[in-house]
Write a protein that binds this ligand. Sequence first.
Ligand code: ADP
Ligand code: ADP
Length: 236
Amino acid sequence: PAAIEAEGLTKIYGSGNTEVVAMKNASMRVARGEVVALLGPSGSGKSTFLTAVGLINTPTSGRITIGGKLVQDGDAAYTNLRSFRRKHLGFIFQKSNLIPFLSAIENVQIAMQLSGESARASRHRAMELLDYLGVADRAGNFPSMLSGGQQQRVAVARALANRPSVILADEPTAALDGQRGRQVMELFAKVAHEQGAGVIVVTHDHRALDVFDTIYEMEDGLMTRSTSSASVHANQ
Ligand code: ADP
Ligand code: ADP
């Protein structure tokens, strides 16, 4: 089965004359090992789509299937969303959302320990990820002592810690310089290819688009698949 199958997602916020149709019949299929970039102007519905697939925001209609399991059909959920999210989804937000009273490494470890991993094994994996992301020397620091970019890299490590089958990222490189940003995108591709995860990244960073297998664009709530990543790249 596909890693992610979103079929005909529509989201209407509000009602009556405050109604906003944020997403109109948007569909996307992401294979295992596929890395997708989602582009589009501000307000076009990208966050609405990503949070729907991330089971954080209930669509008005449409279906979401993850790893072959139907998890959301319109506003009805077919699973315990909380535990499903923890087990299968890695979400990276624009802001890092780290727990302020835990150190960087504890922030990465906590997801693994909640899933039953031992302290020793989770510490080892957390250190490995922090090292790869170039923040191993900050492992013992609280988030408030880290720069925005460092916090974001810790958040990426946390999202990958449980080896999720789906990784969703909303402008994950906004706080990073070009090279660090590219490294994070490359890490997503590596994880997708090695673990067979499906990855969707909302991004405005056109410099790293060649990392992606497929590019989709949203405009005014409508989703379209670009013919090839090369053509989008050439148009920038
Ligand atoms: P950005 O343009 O920086 O990506 P967004 O437009 O995605 O910011 O909005 C950030 C947050 O505010 C999101 O959680 C989104 O759901 C919420 N939001 C956006 N527009 C509205 C709105 N008109 N009313 C209420 N919440 C909104
Ligand atoms: P993007 O991520 O592409 O910036 P969003 O998905 O955040 O777009 O927003 C799509 C549209 O839905 C925008 O018109 C936004 O104002 C509106 N919107 C987003 N979240 C909310 C919300 N919680 N309440 C009302 N309107 C919202």
